[in-house]
Design a protein around this ligand. Structure first.
Ligand code: PQQ
Length: 586
């Protein structure tokens, strides 16, 4: 979309959730830099009036900031040229019965802007286009049905005249799909499922490839036992990216359901892949047809959803400039692929705790090429005997070495800055039956800091995507559940679950600034200018999966799929909130 490209190219704006189509979250602004960031002061704050987890970030287009909230998904337009006065406020009417159908808090990952329209996807899956000037509703379309377990938390991707969007609910047996709507009318253009028959997943058996080979007929169907695929999960709710040159957009798919692997084994009782869950998929935005796909975790046994963002940068790999895609997966491996054809280039652990696999098979002649090399004792399937057995000490935990919190790529250093988790788990699968719209999980979990390490549950790291190596690592007490921002000022910004907003040096991870905001931070740092002055913004509001205990008032340690016990210590540091804090130099 030309308007999106134009707005993204102007660093005075923060024009889309990921900053640019490549999802680098890098800004060329440098007024605030390593030598003066310690002097940052709060310029202004804004209370959203909503508690629970605040994800995503505000957008800034020219003089206007557009701000969203978790359920009920209120949208504010604030006039930056007139003391942040509220220009308009949009409050959708949503049935609160959607709240218990959301797996991991009532979060929303933010708005999109194009051609004078603000696009919001509400928790109840309604996609709404608002007139950016007036907040008037232009069109509205239901992308799913919460009664079937379908909800929404994602931002949308706008490419050309299409609004591309996702669906959540793999913990409710929802079969995931990606849908394109016409930006001007809201009319549905195409829908592609991630699992099922070829004509529904829009895979071309001869032309869609995986690791360089055509996927062949029924590439998904033949990896499922019977009809399980119909309630098989593989939703998508993470970050998007788009390569205009290849004309491909990229996303990852979530876990197969249920979480009890014994219920998903093949007819012969052996593991089967459950394609295309846990996969990165590259599709054409006009037709939805897949160009390539790569599955990170075949036959998932741990809930290592593959939905994390895919960052598109050109990297020097073995002396060759390569159009790369870099992905930090929940399973603890960072993958570098060729984004044009899906060739696998690098796959290495970015979390030293990872123990469920020793590595990824990189031998092109091996029948297991591209597949994880598993460690039997951390299997929760155990040759079919894992049901009702508590497998202990699996690293990472189900929420992965990294969850939805997006990383950033700095053009200054050529490195990736990654908010990570450092958490392990015990996982006990049990038999569960499917009822439409009800949880379909089938596992009891407990979570704890990675043992024999620094005692904390997170690290903020710098990563070399060409070498597949950690450059530096900064320990954090809790998982870093906030998205990173890098700038040409040499600084990288992120927030912590305790509520600190931090600035560190891209070179060595040295902490240059920190400020305790009113609540834990799970949103993404952003930057913009107004009146020639650079500002840095971040929302606080604890929640998400890691903060679900506080957000939903849960205290039983195994509630919140094990996160309540794991992050119980958070309540000593912070409380619910919903505030935007904007910083500037004095
Ligand atoms: O499978 C799904 O459909 C689904 C949806 C969501 C979501 O929409 O927030 C999460 C997850 N899974 C999930 O596995 C997960 O770790 C997670 C973390 C969060 C969060 O916002 O903190 N959401 C979700």
């Amino acid at each position: 979309n030309e308007d999106v490209t134009k707005n993204q190219a102007d660093p005075n704006n923060w024009a889309s959730q990921s900053g640019d189509y490549s999802a680098t979250r890098y800004s060329t602004l440098d007024q605030i830099n390593t030598s003066n960031v310690a002097d940052l002061k709060v310029a202004w704050t804004f209370s959203t009036g909503v508690l629970r987890g605040h994800e995503g970030s505000p957008l800034v287009i020219g003089d206007v900031m557009y701000l969203h909230t978790p359920f009920p998904n209120i949208v504010f337009a604030l006039n930056l040229a007139d003391e942040q006065k509220i220009i308009w406020k949009y409050e959708p009417k949503q049935d609160p019965s959607v709240i218990p159908v959301m797996c991991c808090d009532t979060v929303n990952r933010g708005l999109a802007y194009a051609d004078g329209k603000i696009i919001l996807q509400q928790a109840d899956t309604n996609v709404v286009a608002l007139d950016a000037k007036t907040g008037k509703e232009l069109w509205k379309v239901a992308n799913g049905d919460p009664k079937r377990g379908e909800t929404a938390t994602n931002t949308v991707l706008i490419v050309k005249d299409k609004v591309i969007t996702a669906i959540s609910g793999a913990e409710f047996g929802v079969r995931g799909y990606v849908t394109a709507y016409d930006l001007n009318s809201g009319k549905k253009v195409w829908r592609a499922y991630n699992i099922g028959p070829d004509k529904e997943i829009l895979f071309n058996p001869e032309k869609t490839t995986s690791l360089g080979k055509p996927v062949g007929k029924d590439s998904s169907l033949k990896t499922w036992n019977g009809d399980q695929w119909k309630i098989g999960g593989g939703t998508l709710w993470g970050g998007w990216s788009y390569d205009p040159e290849a004309d491909l957009f990229y996303y990852g798919s979530a876990n197969p359901s249920t979480w009890n692997p014994a219920q998903r084994a093949g007819l012969d009782g052996k593991p089967i892949d459950q394609k295309w869950t846990m996969s990165i998929i590259a599709r054409n935005p006009d037709t939805g047809v897949a160009r390539w796909a790569y599955q990170m975790t075949p036959f998932d046994e741990w809930d290592y959803d593959g939905v994390n963002e895919n960052i598109l940068v050109d990297l020097d790999i073995k002396g060759q400039k390569t159009p790369a895609l870099v992905h930090f997966d929940r399973n603890g491996f960072a993958y570098t692929l060729n984004r044009k054809d899906g060739e696998l280039l690098v796959a290495e652990k970015f979390d030293p705790a990872v123990n469920w696999a020793t590595g990824i098979d990189m031998d092109k002649s091996s029948k297991d090429y591209g597949r994880p090399i598993r460690v039997a004792k951390y299997s929760t399937f155990r040759d079919g005997k894992g049901q009702d057995v508590n497998t202990k000490g699996i690293c990472p935990a189900a929420l992965g070495s990294k969850d939805m919190q997006p990383a950033s790529f700095s053009k200054l250093t050529g490195l990736f800055y990654v908010p990570t988790n450092h958490v392990c788990m015990d996982y006990e699968p049990f038999k569960v039956s499917y009822t439409s719209g009800q949880p379909y999980v089938g596992a009891t979990l407990s979570m704890y800091p990675a043992p024999d390490s620094h005692g904390g549950m997170g690290n903020f790291i710098a990563w070399d995507g060409a070498q597949g190596k950690i450059v530096w690592s900064k320990p954090e007490q809790f998982s870093v559940w906030s998205g990173a921002l890098t700038t040409a000022g040499g600084v990288v910004f992120y927030g912590t679950l305790e509520g600190y907003f931090k600035a560190v040096d891209q070179k060595d991870g040295k902490e240059l600034f920190k400020f305790k905001t009113p609540s834990g931070i799970i949103s993404n740092a952003m930057t913009y200018t107004h009146g020639g002055k650079q500002y840095i913004g971040v929302m606080s509001g604890v929640g998400g999966w890691a903060g679900i205990g506080l957000a939903a008032g849960l205290t039983n340690p195994t509630d919140g799929l094990g996160a309540v016990g794991g992050y119980a210590g958070l309540k000593q540091y912070t409380n619910l909130g919903g505030t935007l804090t904007v910083f500037s130099l004095p």
